[in-house]
Design a protein around this ligand. Sequence first.
Ligand code: SAH
Length: 334
Amino acid sequence: MIQSILEKAYFTNSLTKNEIIELLLNKNDKSLYTYADKICKKYKGNFIHLRGLIEFTNVCKNDCLYCGIRCSNKKVQRYRLTNSQIIDCIKTGLKNGYKTVVLQGGEDSFFDCEKIIKIIKQIKQYDIALTLSIGERTYDEYKLFKEAGADRYLIRIETTDKNLYYKMHPNMSYDNRKNCIYNLKSLGYETGTGCIVGLAGQTIESLAQDILFFKEVNADMIGIGPFIPHPETPLANESNDNFDLALRVMAVTRLLLPDINIPATTAMETLRPDGRIIALKSGANVIMDNITLAEFKNKYEIYPDKKSSNRTKETLQKIGLFPSSTKGFRSDNH
Ligand code: SAH
């Protein structure tokens, strides 16, 4: 049964919701990972894209229940990087061979449209691809960011279960988040979305729905991370036993979207010391290393004990993988 679903997924890249549920429920069967790895190597080769992540502000107006930098957490020491600090991070990134930089932050209205455009233009003077991850903005702002030179955008839907979405995101709109994703796609961004796996009240069925949503959007990048409870949030006492399920969601996503970019997420590395390697052998082909200046790294605590890996190249070589020499767009396979 499982075998025939996996064969179907491998050859057609499509599955019904019930078939996806079968794969997600089948905890003891490891062949899902083997198939996901096989299809990943077929489409992406033995090459890994390295992205340098810059967490440029931890100020956020939102109050997402799971997130350590939610506005209600008064214990967070808030910071913002200046433009010249951001450029320092870019220079370090370039020196270390990164070909993409990801500018991520809370939803911080200090960084209005004009300020973001200025940062984009400064960054794009260097030969580096730029991914933004700064949350929900209007269509017009996304358009201006694109015109200023941004290449990609990451914004996770987090969950497609509307009720759960509203529980987790006070004062936010599910429809607006979804529209943001479609707007980005229509503006020609390489668009990334994804979900958190293991939120209290999240069902396997809704995770299957999340995967079908990724396929429907034709996302170019998908980030899937296990939920990790943060002590200063209302979800502090929830379970953090979400690694395996997150890995399964990631592997099924790879089977349905064989040529996209999928990171071995930091959250996976945080839950298991070898989490990144396991993910890279189960369908992931991207690593995001934190290149934020050391003094700010620990303050962007969306969840506790967040890992920022180093020695990436050595780790990759040990498992027969190589850093790509390209900027790592969806169509790059070397
Ligand atoms: N403000 C931006 C960036 C958010 S941080 C935005 O809205 O897109 C990046 C991601 O971290 C989030 O999308 C969320 O999925 C993840 N995250 C936040 N808190 C988490 C937690 N406690 N456990 C696991 N992932 C978490």
